[in-house]
Design a protein around this ligand. Structure first.
Ligand code: PA5
Ligand code: MN
Length: 201
C-alpha cells in the first residue's frame, strides 16, 4: 500500500482548539498535582497545595499517524496558569528514549518557557515559548515546559516517530535548575540554591 493510503483519514487532517487544546476527539492525558510528586523543588509548598486540592496542571494529546523511518508524531499540550510556592506550573519533563531525536515546539497561546538541559554537561537554557514562536529542542536534551503567564499555555510539539518518552532519568534526579517567579519576572535558579537559607518549617 502507498504511504499515503496507510494513513487513516482522521490522521491526515486534525483540528485543534486553543481553548481546550483538544486535538480532534482524541483522549487527553491529564496530569494533576498529585501526579507531579517530586517534580517541584519546594516540597513543603507542594504538600500544602495538595492539602487544598488536586488541581489539573496540564493535559497532552498525541497524534501518531505512522511509525517508521522518517515519520513524525506530534502532541498538543495545555498547561494551566499557576504556581506552587514560587515555581511555575510545569510538565514532568523527559529525554527522548531515542536520545538523538530532536523536537520542535510551536507556541500557540499564552506565555511560557522551556528548560533545556544537556544530558552530558548539564548545561541549561531557559527559552521563551510564546505564541508565534518556535523552539528547537536538540537531541540528548531533557526538556520541561512551564507556564509563566496568567492564561493557559498551549503549544504543539513535533518529533520523530521513534523518539519515545523517557521519564526515568528525570524522576531520579530531576532538572538541575528551577524556574521561579521573581520581582523582575521568570528566572532560572540552581535547584541546590533555590531553598538554601530558607527556614525549615
Ligand atoms: O513530546 C513532547 O515533548 C510533548 O508533547 C510533551 O509530552 C508534553 O509537553 C508533556 O510533557 P511531558 O511528556 O514531559 O509530561
Ligand atoms: Mn519531547
Amino acid at each position: 500500500m502507498s504511504p499515503l493510503l496507510q494513513i487513516k483519514p482522521e490522521d491526515l487532517f486534525v483540528d485543534y482548539s486553543l481553548d481546550s487544546a483538544a486535538l480532534g476527539a482524541r483522549p487527553m492525558v491529564k496530569r494533576h498535582l498529585a501526579d507531579l510528586r517530586g517534580s517541584f523543588s519546594d516540597g513543603s509548598a507542594y504538600e500544602a497545595a495538595l492539602a487544598q486540592g488536586n488541581p489539573l496542571i496540564y493535559e497532552v494529546t498525541a497524534v501518531e499517524p505512522a511509525n517508521g523511518d522518517g515519520q513524525l508524531h506530534y502532541g498538543l499540550g495545555i498547561i494551566q496558569p499557576g504556581r506552587i510556592g514560587d515555581e511555575y506550573h510545569l510538565t514532568k519533563g523527559h529525554y527522548h528514549s531515542h536520545r538523538a531525536a530532536a523536537e520542535i515546539y510551536i507556541g500557540l497561546r499564552g506565555e511560557g518557557a522551556m528548560v533545556l538541559e544537556d544530558e552530558t554537561t548539564g548545561e541549561t537554557r531557559l527559552v521563551p515559548l510564546v505564541a508565534n514562536s518556535v523552539v528547537y529542542v536538540p537531541g540528548h536534551t531533557a526538556h520541561r515546559t512551564v507556564n509563566t503567564g496568567a492564561e493557559p499555555l498551549v503549544y504543539l510539539g513535533v518529533y520523530p516517530s521513534n523518539a519515545g518518552h523517557d521519564y526515568g532519568a528525570i524522576a531520579e534526579k530531576n532538572f538541575r535548575n528551577v524556574v521561579i517567579a521573581t520581582a523582575s519576572g521568570p528566572a532560572l535558579v540552581e535547584r541546590s540554591a533555590h531553598l538554601a537559607g530558607r527556614p525549615t518549617r
